[in-house]
Design a protein around this ligand. Structure first.
Ligand SMILES: Nc1ncnc2c1ncn2[C@@H]1O[C@H](COP(=O)(O)OP(=O)(O)OP(=O)(O)O)[C@@H](O)[C@H]1O
Ligand SMILES: [Mg+2]
Length: 166
């Protein structure tokens, strides 16, 4: 584990095996998924997807995308989490079958205090900050985040992070 100095906070870089990380991380969502009768489906090949990153930051990134998928989608819907590797990058996708986003929503999504077309479906809290925060975290980890969505057709957030070579 190494400690890279950063003006605001130090980032604790460590080797993270994504399959193992996800096994642990998803446990904290069992109750919330059950409450909305939603299902997390995972599409992760049996390959060693390894990143060199700060586990606390990765957790915050996963948490906001998962929380968004849960809260903006209807009860009974599915959420798909997939991980794959391509050209030295690990691509992590959170796809939901919720209300989707307009082009205007997509332009504003990563700015601060943006509450857009979609609203929580079960009284969950919404501050419009999560995506702005996690975009800066993804960039601290030398990655990027993009949105694929059409209104009425669900939303997919794709994070790409450098793959750690073993
Ligand atoms: N999966 C999604 N499907 C549809 N709209 C979404 C989705 N995720 C985010 N949005 C829209 O983007 C807005 C901003 O999302 P963001 O995560 O920044 O804030 P939030 O979830 O409202 O509050 P918080 O600060 O607690 O994360 C949301 O209010 C919502 O309108
Ligand atoms: Mg959020």
């Amino acid at each position: 584990m190494s400690n890279v100095n950063h003006p605001e906070k130090s980032i604790e870089l460590e080797t993270i095996k994504l399959s193992e990380f996800i096994e642990e991380w998803e446990k904290s969502y069992l109750t919330r998924l059950e409450k909305k009768n939603q299902e997390l489906r995972k599409f992760i090949d049996n390959k060693p997807y390894i990143i060199h990153a700060d586990q606390k930051l990765v957790t915050r990134i996963f948490d906001n995308l998962m929380t968004n998928a849960i809260k903006f989608s209807d009860k009974g819907s599915k959420i798909d989490l997939s991980v794959k590797a391509s050209n030295g990058l690990i691509l992590i996708s959170f796809k939901d079958y919720g209300p989707g986003m307009t082009d205007a929503d997509k332009k504003r999504a990563f700015k601060m205090f943006q509450k857009l077309s979609a609203q929580p479906t079960d009284g969950e809290s919404s501050h419009g900050l999560g995506l702005a925060i996690i975009k800066t975290l993804v960039e601290k980890l030398k990655g990027s985040i993009t949105i694929e969505s059409k209104l009425g057709q669900g939303t997919e957030f794709i994070i790409s992070l450098p793959e750690e070579r073993v």
